[in-house]
Design a protein around this ligand. Structure first.
Ligand SMILES: Nc1ncnc2c1ncn2[C@@H]1O[C@H](COP(=O)(O)OP(=O)(O)OP(=O)(O)O)[C@@H](O)[C@H]1O
Length: 591
């Protein structure tokens, strides 16, 4: 059998694979309400002992706003904080659901979480590249799948338009039909579970199974086409030409017309807070049948089905993920002029400004030393504060990262490294080398090329240390307001303890330790050593070596004295980056 035939066969097998049966029993989920001053309020039950079975096909969860539809879906998908699950379990084909489910299932969220700088096609291809194993799916296969989805969803006209600018809102019926086609056997036969508020009839009639929720309880779970009969038997009467979906919502809202006195009492009871519809459903043969089946599943687990639990793996390798995610980050950077081009323009502008202010500094005293000190302080402030824009990096993409990472697109390390390569090189390193070259030669600093390289290295490390701190803050908080406060504070402290604004040697000893974590101090010291060693300054008939000034400042100007500053800056960069990565891993992915 040729390789192509083998791949074709694997794809066929994938298509023929039937969707799983999802069972859940006695799910009780609560959240702790919060009061002022972080006081814990009472516990709020948002799912109250709900049990059910979802088979391959279209499984709809319906109910009014706040009835618990999304919570049920999230608990089933393993996306709700497990701390809130007081009782119950979810099984997929008789196996206990773990967070690994994210790697073998797809979860479509309501919110807009697409990369705005990419086109509709690019966004879909990104997902296909990461979720389909390249061993089983060739590039052509992925492209043709993406094309089919674009056609099915009626997005052909805006397929190559950036998501930010295109009207990608396909009508719900098209989306529904696409989901429906996924459930058809033998084509795919997948299990589709979705929450929907109030569908129109053309959509409702495509449902195979209906779960109706009210205040965290089930009031019906069974065949969608049998729901009308169920409620009619309870005494509710649908109006001619009424949409059954609207009718069911009216029943749960207590607005449905009843045919008997009894029903009026039932409706008022529902309104008085006691969910009699849920009680009625619990006593129905439908519910009893579900419990019997769940009992059967439980027994089969006890007999060893759980032992078949295999840990799921990512569809693609680490290196493949790096290639795809880095590709997107670079594309995103190139298409986002606010960050990359502005960063470059800002650096060129500041370099020319500094160059003009300190143009060709003389070697005469005292202006030669004073101007150099001022210039270095100014440059380092610019290097550190010029990176404030890095605080938005993880905050901007927080929702996208959480969704993609939770859905098993890529590992956290892949995303983090892609940001380092995609942001640091184009937005930080290249502009800084440009900045250094312009400013250095305009200011007339030491002409040796190696001195320029050491200067550019110092500026880059100072800048990277600032970025590292910004990354750490960005990965730790979710709002810009908080990030701005958290980043400004250490920067200002580090500036004070840089050695330019205050005599660090005469400082209170219990406070002066802060100089050891000051990016400004290491940057200034390295710049001074690089510029002043081997230089002579003139005052009338006196010649003073630059080393005299360094000694008066207690700066160690030996070779190691210079490099220890670079090592310290590199240490700050590494510590901040490692902590930022840890923070990224700790981001709360639960809803
Ligand atoms: N993490 C949470 N913290 C506090 N309350 C929550 C949380 N998740 C859900 N709730 C509450 O639980 C109830 C059910 O919410 P859920 O989102 O499941 O309802 P829904 O039926 O999907 O509503 P909608 O149609 O508006 O999305 C709501 O009152 C909601 O405020």
């Amino acid at each position: 059998m040729s390789k192509t035939e083998q791949v074709g066969r694997d794809v066929e097998e994938y298509f023929q694979e039937r969707g799983p049966t999802v069972t859940f029993s006695k799910l009780r989920y609560s959240v702790q309400e919060r009061r002022l001053c972080c006081k814990r309020g009472p516990e709020k039950y948002i799912l109250k002992d709900v049990s059910g079975i979802m088979r391959p096909g279209m499984n709809a969860i319906m109910g009014a706003t706040g009835s618990g539809k999304t919570s049920l879906l999230d608990v089933i998908a393993g996306r709700k904080d497990p701390a809130g699950l007081q009782h119950g379990k979810v099984l997929v084909d008789g196996r206990v659901v773990t967070s690994e489910l994210r790697l073998t299932s797809a979860y479509v969220v309501q919110d807009d979480i697409l990369m705005g700088t990419l086109s509709v096609r690019e966004n879909l291809l990104f997902s296909a590249n990461l979720r389909l194993n390249p061993k089983h799916h060739s590039s052509e296969d992925k492209n043709s799948r993406v094309n089919t989805i674009i056609q099915d969803l009626g997005l052909t006209d805006c397929a190559d338009t950036k998501v930010r600018w295109s009207n990608t809102g396909c009508i719900s019926l098209t989306l529904q039909q696409h989901l429906m086609s996924m459930t058809e056997f033998p084509l795919l036969g997948k299990t589709v579970i979705f929450s929907i508020h109030q569908p129109r009839y053309s959509i409702f009639r495509q449902f195979d199974h209906l779960t109706l929720m009210h205040k965290g309880e089930m009031v019906y779970a069974g065949g969608a086409q049998h729901a009308l009969e169920y409620f009619t038997n309870l005494g509710y009467q649908i109006e001619p030409f009424d949409n059954p979906a609207d009718f069911f919502m009216d029943i749960t809202n207590g607005e449905a017309k009843s045919t008997s006195e009894l029903q009026t009492v039932r409706t008022s009871l529902l309104y008085n807070g006691k969910n009699t519809l849920a009680t009625t459903y619990c006593q129905s043969h439908l519910h009893k049948k579900v419990l019997e089946e769940l009992d059967h599943v439980d027994k089969s687990i006890a007999e060893g089905a759980e032992g078949q639990n295999k840990p799921a793996e990512y569809a693609t390798s680490f290196l493949y993920q790096m290639r795809v995610v880095c590709g997107r980050t670079v594309r995103n950077t190139l298409r986002n002029p606010q960050t990359s081009y502005a960063q470059l323009a800002l650096n060129v502008f500041f370099a020319i400004l500094v160059g003009l202010i300190y143009y060709q500094m003389p070697l005469t005293l005292t202006e030669g030393l004073q101007n150099r000190s001022g210039a270095f302080f100014f440059l380092i402030i610019n290097m550190v504060f010029g990176n404030l824009s890095a605080v938005e990096l993880f905050i901007n993409e927080r929702a996208i990262f959480i969704h993609e990472n939770s859905s098993g697109y890529y590992r956290t390390s892949v995303y983090f490294l892609s940001k380092i390569f995609g942001d640091l090189v184009p937005n930080r390193i290249i502009p800084i080398f440009l900045f250094s070259a312009i400013a250095y030669y305009m200011m007339g600093l030491k002409p040796a090329f190696t001195a320029f390289l050491c200067f550019a290295l110092t500026m880059s490390l100072v800048s990277l240390a600032g970025v590292g701190l910004a990354f750490l803050v960005s990965a730790s908080v979710s709002s810009f307001a908080m990030a701005n406060i958290l980043i400004a504070l250490p920067f200002v402290f580090m500036m004070v303890f840089g050695g330019f604004l205050v005599d660090l040697n005469g400082m209170l000893s219990w406070l002066s330790w802060l100089k050891w974590i000051s990016i400004f101090r290491y940057g200034l010291n390295a710049a001074y050593i690089n510029e002043l060693t081997g230089q002579f300054f003139y005052s009338n008939n006196t010649v003073i070596p630059g080393e005299v000034f360094l000694e008066s400042q207690h700066i160690d100007y030996s070779t190691w004295g210079f490099w220890q500053n670079q090592v310290a800056l590199l240490g700050i960069v590494l510590v901040c980056m490692i902590l930022a990565y840890i923070q990224l891993r700790r981001i709360n992915r639960w809803k």
